[in-house]
Design a binder for this molecule. Structure first.
Ligand code: 291
Ligand code: CA
Length: 160
């Protein structure tokens, strides 16, 4: 046996340090790719990426486009996520529909998965279900929310 245990250890040490170098290179490459893909139409918050393609359509059409792309309509669950969406709204100067609605039960706003919302950012006096016909939610250029008819056309923002 002799010193074969020691040379095994040295072999593993060399492999670890090779992997450490490869990991550092991958991390720096990944961080550059994140910068590139978010310029200028995307934002990263934690694990989520928010992105617009510039497409505009009604709620159903936006929902379809996002899932077709492997994501879903942006569904802000906290202030940081709302800020990211607001920044995209401000960039285009166009309000967006988000993945929240009260289609199922008037006045009970839910995410697309049916869960009750955990965060909101309503404009004062909203939601008002104007004309009894507002079940979708738009983010104004102020970042505040308004309930709006799902048939209106709005800018798309998906989350991935
Ligand atoms: C008023 C408010 C909103 C409402 C909106 C729409 C306008 O804001 O009552 O809560 O969602 O009217 O009813 O609809 C159309 N088609 O213009 C108006 C300010 C932008
Ligand atoms: Ca409204």
């Amino acid at each position: 046996k002799g010193d074969s245990g020691l040379s095994e250890i040295n072999l593993v040490k060399r492999q670890v340090s090779t992997l450490e170098g490869q990991l550092r290179a991958l991390q720096s490459s990944f961080s550059k790719y994140k910068q590139v893909i978010t310029f200028p139409n995307g934002r990263i918050v934690g694990e989520k990426i928010f992105m617009t393609s510039g497409y505009e359509g009604n709620f159903e059409s936006l929902k379809q486009r996002c899932s077709q792309a492997g994501g879903q309509l942006a569904s802000p669950r906290n202030a940081a996520e709302n800020t990211a969406i607001h920044q995209i709204v401000a960039l285009y100067n166009k309000p967006v529909f988000i993945g929240i609605n009260d289609i199922q039960t008037e006045g009970r706003f839910k995410y697309l998965n049916g869960e009750n919302i955990v965060y909101s950012n309503w404009e004062p006096r909203e939601p008002n279900n104007d004309k009894g016909a507002e079940d979708c939610v738009e983010v104004y250029t102020s970042g505040k929310w308004n309930d709006k008819s799902c048939g209106e056309r709005r800018l798309i923002v998906c989350e991935f």
